[in-house]
Design a binder for this molecule. Structure first.
Ligand code: ADP
Ligand code: ADP
Length: 232
């Protein structure tokens, strides 16, 4: 089944001489329980596509459906509620709260939405991401790779419909990148999550189930990635 889809998505920035058609009619279906990588040259529209599909930015025209709901026509209030509980976000820069422990950072989205923490799911996520012995550390006491894994756990804690990751390994060395990518893959294979990531990391393709290539605001390629056994 499909967790998020875009139909004929167009995004135009600016006007007159400075007009840029960042998305030029994009159709995408993000399948449930897939790790999808969005790749392509700088300026090809990757961030714009992700921001429009995640409800962080509105498209000029076209339709985005997330979790069965048409977010293109949704009120800001409902969109905010959807983003808090049905969509997970991972950013290049972790965006953790420095004064909170790893555990407090992970449960923060639920605390803000005043939702209870499902302890069983929390333990599953924390176990899968390999953070069980780091829960009481603050971000400054964690390596970059560990901080990004905390951010991944935070994105998953509400059991979202889709997780959007924007250059999740952009600030990490090769070893930590591998750990984060392996976790994102595990969150799909073992926890049944649906994850899409924008990335320049050439190794990311070997962790993904599917790679979408963007060029000039259009889908220029759509490949089923080789299985993990073939690659690793
Ligand atoms: P990518 O993520 O693949 O590097 P982007 O989605 O960031 O591509 O950008 C696609 C195009 O839209 C580029 O030409 C970029 O310069 C332009 N663009 C992106 N954001 C803005 C903005 N806020 N205002 C004007 N132009 C933008
Ligand atoms: P990872 O494999 O998660 O990237 P590293 O191998 O970089 O972790 O770090 C090993 C240990 O060193 C970890 O237990 C971590 O807590 C600690 N560490 C790494 N970087 C920092 C840092 N900048 N500040 C404090 N502790 C750190």
């Amino acid at each position: 089944s499909t967790r998020a889809s875009a139909r004929d998505l167009v995004k135009v920035y600016g006007q007159g001489d400075t007009r840029v058609r960042a998305l030029d009619g994009v159709d995408v279906d993000l399948d449930s329980a897939h790790l999808t990588a969005i790749m392509g040259p700088s300026g090809s529209g990757k961030s714009t596509l992700m921001h429009c599909m995640a409800g962080l930015d509105s498209a000029t025209s076209g339709t985005v459906v997330v979790d069965g709901q048409d977010i293109s026509r949704m009120s800001q209030r409902r969109l905010t509620a959807l983003r808090r509980t049905r969509i997970g976000f991972v950013f290049q820069s972790y965006n953790l709260v420095p004064t909170l422990t790893a555990e407090e950072n992970i449960t923060l989205p639920l605390d803000i939405a005043r939702k209870p923490v499902d302890r069983e799911w929390f333990d599953e996520v924390v176990g899968a991401v390999g953070l069980a012995d780091r829960l009481h550390h603050r971000p400054a006491e964690l390596s970059g790779g560990q901080q990004q894994r905390v951010a991944c756990a935070r994105a998953l804690v509400s059991r979202p419909s889709v997780v959007f990751a924007d250059e999740p390994t952009g600030n990490l060395d090769s070893h930590s990148s591998g750990e984060v990518l392996a976790f994102l893959r595990r969150s799909v294979d073992e926890l049944g999550q649906t994850v899409v990531m924008v990335t320049h990391d050439p190794r990311a393709a070997s962790y993904a189930h599917r790679v979408l290539f963007l060029a000039d605001g259009r889908i220029a390629g759509d490949l089923a990635a080789p299985s993990q056994q073939d690659v690793l």
